[in-house]
Design a protein around this ligand. Structure first.
Ligand SMILES: [Zn+2]
Length: 388
């Protein structure tokens, strides 16, 4: 571990918001950072060239999808995920747990792991804390996540506790497997990225005492950093903010904190205010493909008839290629005509807006102005005369 290229350093603090630098084997990430979701080794509707162009520092890949297709061993034979997909910058892979719980057919969870049938061809699979670590080692991502059990929402405290305790037992096994992988002691695993870090995941649903226990016990196992999982699954926003606020208090100041699967632009700002450093979410990319654009004045639905002859850019305050070049009228036309470029141009804008927002957050923290930024951001988004 001493030669591991992974490190994190907090450079500025403003209230509970932090700015920092995370270093990985494939480069540095300025935090707070947003990670576009590249589910199957591709961020939908945008090229890696454009992603680099808008300043994406790190993307996320989905272990469940890449394991089933094209297969982690094939990707390892092709030199690892970075080389396979042509993305030279950092990559984080999830553990597959969330997809097993949300996508796989006929899944069964026991102490060993998750037995499930592929949503692609019905074939049977077993994902365990050990195999999830092996798969991510084959992929060679810069950050691997432990395999966790996500309790559904809503769930009672007893169910939430059982899932949280199992996640802790799985986390200890995943960490032991990671040490074996680092010692090259696991047959069949090709370590294409010896600098891979491993993050633990805090579970416990909406119950603060479970979150505290999960955070404290995860830190005792000892990971390079810690994520908060099991939020943004249908609980009220205020509950999510409260759980984030309480949970980060039990996570080490010197390690990044990653809020998984969140959220809206407002969620990002509010979570940074509660000590979060890393985010991922399908919202900007998925909504782009249905014609919803995030702007500095709120969301607009480009398919709305009111934009049919609107010559303005989607967001007059945005400097992205889409906003510098095209009108709302043209983007609406592309969407209504079913042109593929509608998805590309909308995705480019939405991701630019998210990444630009993170850049503004980092600047505000560095200058000690995060609170005034936060107020202005919410005021701007709550202006009237914008689509719902
Ligand atoms: Zn734009």
């Amino acid at each position: 571990m001493s030669e591991s290229p992974y490190s994190f350093r907090v450079t500025h603090a403003d209230g509970r918001a932090r700015r920092g630098v995370m270093t990985t084997a494939h480069g540095t990430v300025e935090t707070p950072a947003f990670m576009p979701v590249g589910t199957q080794g591709a961020v939908k509707a945008i090229t890696h060239r454009d992603l680099e162009g808008i300043g994406a520092a790190i993307i996320l890949g989905n272990t469940y999808h890449l394991y089933l297709r094209p297969g982690d061993e094939r990707i390892a034979r092709l030199g690892g995920l970075h080389r396979f997909i042509g993305w030279p910058r950092p990559i984080l892979t999830d553990s597959g747990g969330y997809q097993v719980f949300s996508l796989a057919a006929r899944r069964r969870i026991d102490e060993q792991g998750a037995h499930f049938h592929s949503h692609l061809d019905g074939s049977t699979h077993l994902l365990t804390p050990e195999t999830a670590a092996n798969i991510q080692a084959n992929l060679g991502s810069d950050i691997a996540m432990v395999f966790d059990e996500c309790a559904a929402h809503p769930c009672d405290v007893r169910t939430a506790n059982e899932a949280m305790q199992r996640t802790l037992r799985w986390a200890a096994r995943a960490r032991a497997q990671m040490w074996a992988i680092r010692a090259n002691a696991v047959a069949g695993v090709t370590v294409s990225n010896p600098g891979q870090a491993q993050f633990g995941i805090v579970q416990g649903s909406v119950y603060p005492e479970l979150r505290e226990e999960s955070a404290t016990a995860s830190v005792a196992i000892g990971f390079e950093a810690y994520a908060i999982g099991g939020l943004s699954v249908g609980e009220p926003t205020e509950v999510m903010y409260d759980i984030v606020s309480r949970t980060t208090r039990f996570l080490p100041e010197a390690r990044p904190r990653y809020l998984m699967g969140t959220g809206t632009p407002q969620d990002l700002v509010e979570s940074v205010a509660r000590g979060i450093d890393l985010f991922d979410c399908v919202l900007p990319t998925r909504n782009a493909r249905t014609g919803q654009l995030f702007t500095s004045e709120g969301r607009i639905n480009i398919k709305n008839a009111r934009y049919a002859e609107d010559p303005r850019p989607p967001d007059p305050d945005c400097a992205c290629y889409t906003c510098r070049t095209f009108s709302r009228a043209y983007l609406r036309h592309l969407f209504m005509a079913g042109e593929i470029s509608a998805a590309s141009l909308n995705t480019l804008h939405n991701l630019y807006f998210y990444l630009d927002t993170m850049g503004r957050i980092r600047d505000a923290i560095a200058f000690g102005r995060f609170e005034s930024f936060r107020l202005a951001f919410h005021q701007s988004l709550s202006r009237p005369a914008v689509d719902s």
